[in-house]
Every structure is written in C-alpha cells, then in structure tokens.
Design a binder for this molecule. Structure first.
Ligand code: SF4
Length: 630
C-alpha cells in the first residue's frame, strides 16, 4: 500500500485503495506522505480518528527522522473544537459583574484555567468533560467566529491551529473541514499537492453536509438571544431594543411555523407567501445589524473589548443566517444539481446531489488517495469512483495519465490479514421477509435467543429506533425468565456514546442495541463482542429527498438507480456493520444477518460478496453449536 500511495503522491495520480481491517492502513499512507517532500493533507471522518492518527505519528517519526525526514505536522479541527478566548473573556466579565457568581467553581472555569495555564484548548484534551451546552458557552462555531477580524484572534487556539496548519507540510484534518476548504476554494487548507481521504466510504455524506445549509428554529433562537443581550450591553434605547427583538421573534416564529408545515422537499427559490416569510425575517435581521453598527458608531461611544467581541460574533452569525436565507429566497449558489428539504424537527437542509463535480474539479489539480476497509462492491471500485468523480480505472502504476485524462485512477485491493474462515462464521437465519408483518417480532425472538444462549456478548445493529425498542424489550423479558437480571442491556441514547461503548467493552455479559450511528466506528475487541446481529439490509430510505434526487439524477444519466447507487451503499454499510466483529487476530465470533432477502433476491449475492469468506450456517442448531465452541 505504501508503495502505491508514494507513487500517487509523487506523480500526482489518484488511487483508491481498499485495505482490510488490521492491515495497518494509517502507516500505509502516513509513511509515504511524510517521506514525500510534498504538502499532503490527510482527512479522516471523525475527530477521534484524527487523534488516533496523531497517536500513531511519534512511532513513525522516530523512524523517518533517522532517515532524514522530519516534516512539520499539524492537526486541525473545526473552530468549535477549541476554547474561544473571546467567549471566555465575555463569561469572565459577566462573573465580574456579579452574574452567575455561584458558577464560579464550575467545570467550565476549570477548563478555562487549564487553557490559560498552557493547555492546548482542545475540547478532546480538556481535563474535565463538559456537556455540549457547557462547552458552547466557551467555544464558537465557524459561523459565529469572525476569524482575523476578531480582537481576540492573536491569542486564540483555533487561530493558532489554523496558522500551524498553514505552515505545516502534513495537515491532519477531517472530511468536514476538507469540505469547507472545497466550498471556500482553498481558503482553509491552502495549496497542497495531495490529499489522503481515510474512511473514504463516508466522504460523500460528509462533503454534502459540509457544503450545504442546515437551518433550524434553534439556530435562529440562539441568534436572537445573542442580539437581545448585545443590544442591552450597547445601551440601545429600551423601546427600540424591544421593538427590534419582538420583530425578530415574530418573523422567526412565522418562519418556524412554515418549516413545521412544509416537511418534505422544498422548491428553491421560494415563491409567494414563503418567499415573503423569508424576506421579512431577513429584513428584521438587517434592521438589527443596522442598530448594532449605529450604536457602536455613536459619537463618544466606548465599549470594552468583550462587548466589541460579542458585536463581531453576532454580526458574523447574522451574516451566515442572511446568506442562508438569501439562498432560499433567491436561489443564489443553488441550481438543479442541489436539493432542499425539511425534516421533522424541523430541520431545513440543502445539499448538492453529488460531490463528483466539486471533488473531480479538486482532483484535477491535487493527487487524491481514497482508502477504507470497505470500498468495493462485488470486487469493483466503479460505484465509488462514479460517486467521487473519477473516470477510468487503471490496474497498474505504469502511466495512469497516459491519455491525458486527469481523473483516471489506480485501484488497489488488499485483503484483511485476519483469517475469517477460522475466526468467524455467518448465520443467515430462516426468517420472514422484512416487509412481512411478522418479521420484526421474529428478529426480536431470534436475537433474544442468541443473546441468552451466549450470555450476552452481542452487538445488535438495527435500522430503526422501533427495532431497537422491540429487541430490547424482548431480550429484557426473555433474560429475566431465563437468566435473572444480571446482564446489562445497553440501549443507544441511554448514556453518552463513549460511556455506552466503555460499559459494553468492560462487561462481556452485556448486550448493546443501537441504530445506524453504531454500524461504523465501533471497535470492541475480545469476548465482549462475539455476536454481531444486523436486523436488515440498510438500504437508503425510499422517501429520503436527497436519495430521491440522486436516484432521479442517476436515471437521467441512463443508469438504473437501484443497482448504481442504492445497492452499493447498502452493501458497503452491511460490510461496515459486519466488520465490527473481528478487530484483532484473536477475535472470534458469529455474524447474524436477519434479512432473508440476502438469500431470496438476486442482489443478496452482491451484498454477501462484500463480506470476507467464512463458513455460512442457515440452521439455528449450527449457529448455537458454533457459539458454544467459542
Ligand atoms: S477568532 Fe475570536 S471568536 Fe474566533 S475562536 Fe478565536 S477568539 Fe473566538
């Protein structure tokens, strides 16, 4: 893998590399990146994985330094991952004014002190764990932060991280930041020769969400609360302040009510009454902006630095809000290649239907390397390549760009070093079709039988919250009658994700039942996870507006949507879910796929082909005796 990555970086080629679990993929791209002498960005899917890569670096650098390679390396996370000094000072000034004095000894102050005494200001490295709402009081989103215009930017960990990244040879960021870089035409990461996308199977979703709009009533409420507090501190006349804020509330409520009524696909630009609703909210925001600017420009007006910081942040928040509302009302930067919809909540989202164009444009100038444990469908990279905007696959490194096409790609597939044939087995139980009425109860019965038989040790991955509740209920009742109450049934949402995973790992008699967020990124080794049960094939929802738009676009291009996009996505996620079982060469266990369509429909073969080869059972007695042998 390292040789192929080195070739891609040095010659500016593109590479898609499927590297099975346990292969050491991060070493496979870090070593050639470090020794390349080029500026390379490494983008992975989560902050946790960024930290894991950072943890691998010292061992690699020990070796490469001895060979004369010692590039500058920076880790860059999103703005909200760092303590914001402007907000910390603002909070401090409020405490000094006598407000919230009782909070003076709280963990938020401890985190601020840690940063002031030399900590790096990253949430993930803080000595105290803060809740999201606590952390929000001392951090700032990219939408709120005025960056270099901020009067606190000289002593700001987020800005320091950006500066370090701009000077580094190797930058380790995440997919969302890379999406922000594409959307801002390179202003986040600057020029780079190559990018490595780790966990590349998640790239499409991350890039779509990072370049789209997400608008909720709560986002507007937070902005209005900030406006109210700022106008007070700017000494704006009370009747003027009340009038401005009540106008904002009135139009925000009207906007929220429209969102509530309009769940589903939305046509942009809006017309008629909807257009008027958005315009009135925009006008109210502009009126507030005018009042803020005018209050700070009054002759003799003097405000302390924290008030000026708050003004800068509020204006920035307003700017982003106005920008998003303008997209809705005027369709700026929005065309037939985008989709807009409202989910219950309500949450309004826009997204490009495809990232092929924007990523393909980037790939025309930058070598791109995509890697993950699961990228192929039926042994082919074609579906992913189409998603990412590549053109033709080439099978060797001789001359990938020989016909002048900058979007040709090299393909490399390296199997897992684990011996699945002896470490794992696949159980395809005989159950009703998932569309039949009795399927849900049959799956819950089966899962319950297996969990009780094995004494816990199971990770159950579901495609819906209803399935989680049904299976948890069944296991609870069954377990009480068979084993007593000694086994923990851990259900997603009952505690924080990290705590849930720690509890599951530390108690082999427990069972963890969760939905889609746990199909990937769960890495539990040993006895605690010897059964992985997937309730059904995770096809994208037929009524998901983004997927509906993708299906239509695929059809318009002359390709069958199901085979071209739905099936590859489902196959990839099935492989990801099943991949939770074997994480080391000593892990052993059983994968249970409760969707009978894997045996009865022709596409079942395609999905099963994404899994490593291992013994297959269809009878419960065989599955039970396999579990007994573990
Ligand atoms: S630049 Fe200012 S607002 Fe932005 S994170 Fe830094 S201190 Fe906070």
């Amino acid at each position: 893998m390292a040789a192929w990555v080195a070739e891609a970086i040095s010659d500016g080629h593109h590479l898609i590399c499927e590297a099975g679990t346990g292969i050491g993929k991060s070493f496979g791209y870090l070593v050639p990146a470090i020794t390349s002498g080029k500026r390379v960005v490494i983008a992975t899917s989560t902050k946790t994985l960024q930290d894991q890569i950072a943890g691998d670096l010292p061992r690699i650098l020990d070796v490469t330094r001895a060979a004369g390679y010692d590039p500058g390396i920076a880790i860059l996370k999103g703005r909200a991952s760092y303590v914001c000094p402007a907000k910390a000072a603002d909070r401090d000034s409020q405490l000094t004014l006598g407000r919230n004095v009782e909070a003076a000894n709280d963990p938020i102050d401890a985190v601020i002190s840690w940063w002031q005494e030399g900590g790096d200001g990253q949430r993930d490295h803080a000595p105290m764990e803060l809740t999201s709402s606590e952390w929000a009081t001392i951090s700032t989103s990219g939408m709120e932060c005025p960056a270099a215009r901020c009067s606190y930017s000289k002593n700001c960990p987020a800005m320091e991280a950006l500066e370090d990244a701009s000077e580094a040879d190797i930058v380790i960021c995440n997919h969302h930041l890379y999406g922000a870089d594409i959307a801002s035409e390179g202003s986040v990461l600057g020029h780079h020769d190559a990018v490595v996308f780790d966990e590349a199977h998640r790239l499409e979703d991350a890039l779509c969400s990072s370049v789209g709009i997400t608008l909720t009533p709560r986002r507007i409420t937070i902005y209005i609360s900030q406006v109210d507090a700022l106008l007070k501190r700017l000494d704006v006349d009370i009747s003027r302040r009340k009038s401005l804020v009540s106008d904002l509330w009135a139009h925000a409520k009207e906007f929220a009510a429209w969102m509530e009524r309009s769940v589903g696909t939305v046509t942009v630009p809006l017309a008629g009454a909807e257009h008027a609703t958005v315009r009135k909210l925009s006008d109210a925001i502009k009126a507030v902006n005018g009042a803020i600017v005018s209050a700070t420009q009054q002759p003799g007006a003097r405000f302390d630095q924290t008030v000026i910081g708050r003004k800068e942040r509020t204006l920035n928040l307003a700017g982003h809000l106005l920008g998003d509302l303008t997209v809705l009302s005027q369709g700026d930067a929005y065309n037939e290649e985008h989709v807009c919809w409202i989910e219950s909540g309500p949450v309004l989202r826009t997204s490009p239907i495809s990232i092929a164009g924007s990523l393909g444009a980037r790939a025309a100038a930058v070598a791109t390397i995509c890697t993950s444990a699961t990228l192929t469908v039926n042994g082919s990279f074609t579906a992913l390549a189409k998603t990412l905007g590549y053109s033709t696959e080439v099978t060797d490194m001789s001359d990938p760009n020989e016909d002048g096409d900058p979007l040709r790609y090299m393909a490399l597939r390296i199997g897992s070093p684990f011996d699945y044939a002896s470490q794992a087995a696949l159980y395809l139980p005989q159950l009703p079709d998932p569309n039949d009425d009795g399927w849900g109860d049959a799956v819950a019965d089966l899962a319950s039988d297996l969990v009780v038989h094995a004494g816990g040790r199971a990770l159950i991955l579901c495609t819906s919250n209803a399935a989680v509740a049904r299976i948890a209920d069944k296991i609870t009742k069954h377990q009480r009658s068979s084993l007593g109450d000694g086994h923990q049934i851990l259900v997603q949402g009952a505690m924080a994700r990290l705590k849930l995973l720690e509890t599951f790992r530390d108690d082999p008699s427990s069972v963890l039942i969760a939905t889609m967020g746990f199909w990937e990124g769960v890495d539990i080794t040993g006895d605690s996870c010897q059964i992985v049960i997937l309730d059904r094939i995770p096809f994208p929802r037929p009524d998901d507006p983004l997927w509906q738009a993708r299906r239509k676009a695929t059809q318009d291009e002359g390709f069958p949507p199901f085979a071209t996009i739905d099936l590859p996505r489902a196959a990839n996620l099935t492989a990801q879910g099943a991949g939770r079982l074997i994480r080391t060469d000593t892990d052993r266990g059983l994968i249970v796929l409760c969707d009978s369509r894997l045996r009865t429909r022709s596409y079942g073969k395609t999905i099963l082909a994404t899994l490593p080869e291992m013994p297959v059972f269809t009878e419960s007695a065989d599955a039970a005796s396999y579990l007994d042998s573990l």
